[in-house]
Design a protein around this ligand. Structure first.
Ligand SMILES: CC(C)(COP(=O)([O-])OP(=O)([O-])OC[C@H]1O[C@@H](n2cnc3c(N)ncnc32)[C@H](O)[C@@H]1OP(=O)([O-])[O-])[C@@H](O)C(=O)NCCC(=O)NCCSC(=O)C[C@@](C)(O)CC(=O)[O-]
Ligand SMILES: NC(=O)C1=CN([C@@H]2O[C@H](COP(=O)(O)OP(=O)(O)OC[C@H]3O[C@@H](n4cnc5c(N)ncnc54)[C@H](OP(=O)(O)O)[C@@H]3O)[C@@H](O)[C@H]2O)C=CC1
Length: 435
């Protein structure tokens, strides 16, 4: 239950008044009250000591400590009619502010919409040493029922949940640096898991059968991070007047965003930066929820290049009513069980803060944050430029680098922003001038 004093009835759950101006402890308190979080969840979100050394030591090898990052909360998110407070673990200033701002604008057009496919992952089994690759393919396809049955014979939990191997695909490469090759793909519904371990186990288990069926030799047995059967689509529609600025009409801003996106659609140099901006929103949520961000990054960029030319993951258009419409489509192999999502207490707390019920719901919300982030960047780039908003927030980092502490951080940051010189040198000078 959310607390009505923090989140009044006429205010949406994800919109906490004055959050940006609070101190971190008061901010956590306000978020906890709005989301109705219990004590252990709040402690885990607070961070300090949230990952006990014994748990860290069990997660990776040669552990000597823990590495901390700021955890922020993006406000204002409404996805498929439901409100979300979104945890974001990130080192870059302006990312959380930008996401919150665009989510605030998006609300005026009804918020974000999102949908996704079933959580189907691919595992690849590479077969070499074949004189008849097409014959091997035919034999594998004929043995589909046997292969699926064997793949599903071990993981009773997954099968009980309605998941498991659903089908196969077989690809023939007639030429490669080592001759012809056949690759068997297992298509596995991994339910609420990211699924890498799940599908890798299946692929390894099937290797002897694949060798027997094809007469070849199995080499690699591993998932593909190009999770093109586990795709999420996020969209947003902003009436033009929502985009109006002090100097530009909403129509002009919308047109600028469409033009900015056009370059990313045709030019890989721009697309790389454009997609980095999308990942500015996605990675922090992936990280905060204990998911594998390398897997998400690999899937995103491979999907962006699927036509043979690397391109934008989003499209921005103006519809018949003059509203700006943005769509993001990309693979999103996120889990809410398995990996670190269950072992890291802060990841568990992050999922509770979002009130996430399934991996598919997490994928949809995360994609909307990516779309919001892309909108923020394109809006800034096509109007005033990125530096004003970004550097104003980056100034606090610069102040800390220059040696400012406590109240001096904000004082020095304000001074260098108003002087228009966000540099360490300027910050050092401002630090020396007493209040
Ligand atoms: C930074 C803003 C949001 C400022 O924008 P602004 O107009 O100065 O903001 P504002 O003070 O009018 O506040 C508007 C709302 O923004 C949020 N907000 C604003 N400030 C804060 C704050 N301190 N703490 C928390 N929330 C904040 C907050 O939701 C607030 O609503 P309110 O709460 O007042 O009702 C805007 O200039 C912006 O969106 N800029 C883009 C920033 C961006 O894209 N950053 C990513 C880093 S750059 C990069 O790596 C990617 C890139 C750009 O290369 C990608 C690409 O090329 O495509
Ligand atoms: N290329 C890559 O991306 C690779 C990534 N990885 C890593 O693999 C890890 C993710 O693998 P993943 O398979 O998700 O993790 P886990 O193996 O930890 O968890 C998946 C298991 O959880 C159990 N489970 C319980 N409840 C559910 C549910 N609701 N839905 C689905 N499964 C459920 C299932 O069976 P049961 O209880 O029977 O175990 C399932 O097999 C990450 O740490 C990732 O970094 C590893 C190799 C390669």
């Amino acid at each position: 239950m959310s607390d009505p004093s923090v989140c009044p009835e006429n205010e949406p759950f994800s919109r906490i008044k004055g959050l940006r101006n609070m101190a971190p402890i008061a901010r956590l308190d306000a978020v906890a009250q709005a989301a109705g979080l219990d004590g252990p969840t709040v402690d885990a979100l607070a961070g300090s000591g949230a990952l006990p050394l014994e748990i860290a030591d069990g997660m990776i090898e040669n552990v000597i400590g823990r590495f901390e990052l700021p955890l922020g909360v993006a406000t204002n998110f409404q996805v498929n009619g439901q409100d979300y407070l979104v945890p974001m673990a990130v080192e870059e200033p302006s990312v959380v502010a930008a996401a919150s701002y665009m989510a605030k604008l998006a609300r005026q057009g009804g918020g974000f919409s999102a949908s996704c496919t079933l959580p189907i992952m691919r595992a690849q089994v590479q077969v070499i040493g074949l004189s008849d690759p097409f014959g091997a393919r035919a034999r594998l396809l004929a043995a589909e029922t046997r292969l699926i049955a064997k793949a599903n014979s071990k993981d009773t939990v997954l099968i009980g949940l309605g998941g498991g191997c659903q089908g196969i695909e077989v690809e023939v490469f007639q030429t490669s640096p080592i001759g012809p090759m056949v690759v068997l793909h297992l298509l596995v519904d991994v339910r609420d898991a990211m699924g890498a371990n799940t599908v890798n186990s299946m692929a390894e288990m099937l290797a002897p059968d694949v060798e027997e069926i094809t007469g070849g030799t199995v080499r690699l047995r591993i998932l593909s991070n190009l999770a093109d059967r586990r795709v999420v689509t996020a969209s947003v529609r902003l009436p033009a007047d929502v985009l109006t600025t002090n100097t530009l009409s909403g129509e002009e801003v919308a047109q600028g965003i469409v033009e900015a996106c056009a370059l990313a659609l045709i030019d890989p140099y721009r697309a790389a930066t454009h997609n980095k901006g999308i990942m500015n929103g996605i990675d922090p949520v992936v990280l905060a929820t204990g998911n594998d961000w390398r897997a998400i990054e690999a899937g995103a960029h491979a999907y962006a290049a699927r036509s043979g030319r690397y391109s934008s993951l989003t499209t921005w258009e103006i519809d018949g009513d003059g509203a700006l419409v943005g769509v993001l489509e990309m693979p999103m192999a996120l889990g809410i069980v398995g990996g670190a999502t269950r072992t890291h207490p802060a990841a568990q707390a992050a999922l509770k803060l979002m009130k996430i019920g399934s991996a598919q719901e997490l994928a949809q919300v995360t994609a909307c944050v990516g779309l919001a982030q892309n909108l923020a960047a394109l809006r800034a780039l096509s109007t005033e430029g990125i530096q004003r908003g970004h550097m104003a927030l980056h100034a606090r980092n610069i102040a800390i680098t220059a040696g400012a502490t406590g109240a001096d951080v904000d004082r020095v940051a304000k001074a260098i922003v108003s002087a228009g010189d966000v540099s360490v040198e300027a910050a050092k000078q401002a630090l020396e001038i007493p209040d």
